[in-house]
Design a protein around this ligand. Structure first.
Ligand code: GLN
Length: 452
């Protein structure tokens, strides 16, 4: 894997730091354990880690200039869990700055290139975002699996764009401790892997209750792998009519119908459902997420971490540091966030968005209470698009529309998985999404395995 990274990383730009020595030391320790018949569930498995996870003594910058040179003195709970199970760290993976984006183009370290190309074209495509480095590295065999995070779709959308599997677990399933915060009430970590079984194995290792994250939930972590291969006969699969959005390409509809047919053939019962508040999810998300981000990002002041640009006094130093340290998209989010939280606008925007969030959650609760076991939707409204796409670059709202099928899940705190389901007319991967009941990741693995 280290050789493959050295040979291919210039092409894909998936890694922002490669930990050669650490990887060899960890692998040697694993060899020793395995030779003695010991070792954990992930013994010797080489993983890439999204740059958002704090890794002790190793590059952790959320791919932002403002964290220049930052090497934490702690290890995130997720990565500590992985190392405890024997996994080997290959390095830190590229991502959108502070996980804000859907194309991995907002990274201070430059865009990640999707290993997939449209048939007959040399045009470079984005791998999706914000976990674009994770998805590209898995898809191009530069790691066996990768950690990722999902605030509004950042695991599932890049998985769909690269033909990989990505699961965002239920909010509270995985500890957020030591992971750089974007929007704390929405952020959740999960794996990106090459197949559903790998995702089940890796999530089991990542998930834990953690006294250091008060929102982590004290429920036993099931053996997710055991769910794979269980028959889905009699399972009730909901198809939400609100996900049939205007302007959705024909091929996405075709893919969705194929998914429905596969599950039906496997014995599932297909039911039409309604999630009436879906259309408000994206606008409400783009109030809640920037509001929380503006508060979380207040700590980057040039004093405690990373970059410091000297100024004539301390206020000037703060301003100079933040002006130089944050990229355009991050600044846009901070401005939106501080605006919607400010006196006079709080009630009109933030409070309203929180109410909408409750309604979105209730839509899902009603459907699950009526007996639906799992919901099937497309993962994204299109296949991967080109790097520096003019439409998206000139209009941030077009970029935000990528999350139309994924943000509802974060708003409701539910688990969602993206699973590769076929190719478009140009040979690019497309994904389907399954949404489950809180803490019922097992049903997602069980059903996703039927689709993959
Ligand atoms: N694309 C969304 C955003 O930019 C979601 C990002 C994420 O899930 N981290 O906010």
């Amino acid at each position: 894997y280290l050789g493959a990274i050295d040979a291919a990383n210039q092409t894909f730009n998936a890694y922002v730091a490669v930990t050669h020595d650490k990887a060899r030391d960890m692998a040697k320790a694993s060899d020793y354990k395995l030779a003695n018949g010991e070792g954990g569930a992930l013994e010797g498995i080489p993983l890439g880690i999204k740059d958002l996870f704090g890794t002790e003594g190793v590059h952790t910058q959320a791919c932002s200039h403002v964290l220049d040179g930052f090497k934490p003195r702690y290890e995130s709970t997720v990565t500590a869990n992985l190392w405890a199970d024997g996994a080997v760290m290959l390095g830190k993976l590229n991502m959108d700055e502070f996980a804000m984006g859907s194309s991995n183009e907002t990274s201070y370290y430059g865009a990640v290139v999707n290993p997939w190309r449209a048939g007959g074209s040399n045009r470079q495509l984005v791998p999706g975002g914000s976990s674009g480095g994770s998805a590209a590295a898995v898809s191009s065999w530069l790691c066996a699996g990768a950690t990722a995070t999902d605030t509004g779709g950042s695991i599932r959308q890049p998985a769909a764009f690269t033909g990989t599997v990505g699961i965002k677990p239920t909010y509270g399933r995985v500890s957020r401790w030591g992971v750089v915060a974007f929007a704390s009430s929405l952020d959740q970590a999960g794996p990106i892997t090459r197949d559903v079984r790998d995702a089940a194995i890796m999530l089991k290792s990542m998930a834990s209750v953690d006294p250091k994250d008060t929102t982590s939930v004290d429920l036993p972590v099931p053996d997710y792998e055991a769910a794979i291969g269980r028959p889905i006969k009699g399972m009730k699969v909901g198809i939400p009519k609100e996900y049939r959005v205007d302007g959705m390409p024909e091929e996405i509809e075709v893919l969705w119908q194929k998914g429905i047919a596969w599950l039906k053939d496997a014995g599932a019962e297909i039911v039409d459902i309604s999630l009436p508040h879906t259309k408000y999810a994206l606008p409400a998300y783009y109030i809640v997420a920037p509001a929380e981000a503006s508060s979380n990002l207040a700590r980057y002041d040039g004093v405690r971490y990373g970059l410091r640009v000297p100024g004539k006094d301390i206020t000037d130093m703060y301003e100079q540091t933040r002006a130089a340290g944050f990229g355009r998209e991050v600044k846009r989010r901070i401005m939106i966030g501080t605006y919607v939280l400010s006196a006079g606008y709080y009630d009109a925007y933030y409070l309203q968005a929180q109410k909408v969030r409750t309604l979105i959650k209730k839509d899902f609760e009603d459907v699950f209470a009526a007996g639906v076991d799992v919901i099937l939707t497309p993962a994204t409204p299109s296949a991967a698009f080109g790097i520096a796409d003019q439409d998206m670059a000139s209009d941030p709202v077009k970029m935000y529309l990528n999350d139309i099928f994924t943000v509802t899940v974060n708003m409701a705190g539910l688990p969602g998985i993206a699973v590769p389901a076929g190719l478009d007319a140009h040979g690019l991967p497309l994904g389907l999404q399954l949404i489950g009941r809180p803490f019922d990741e097992e049903t997602l693995f069980q059903t996703a395995h039927v689709i993959e």
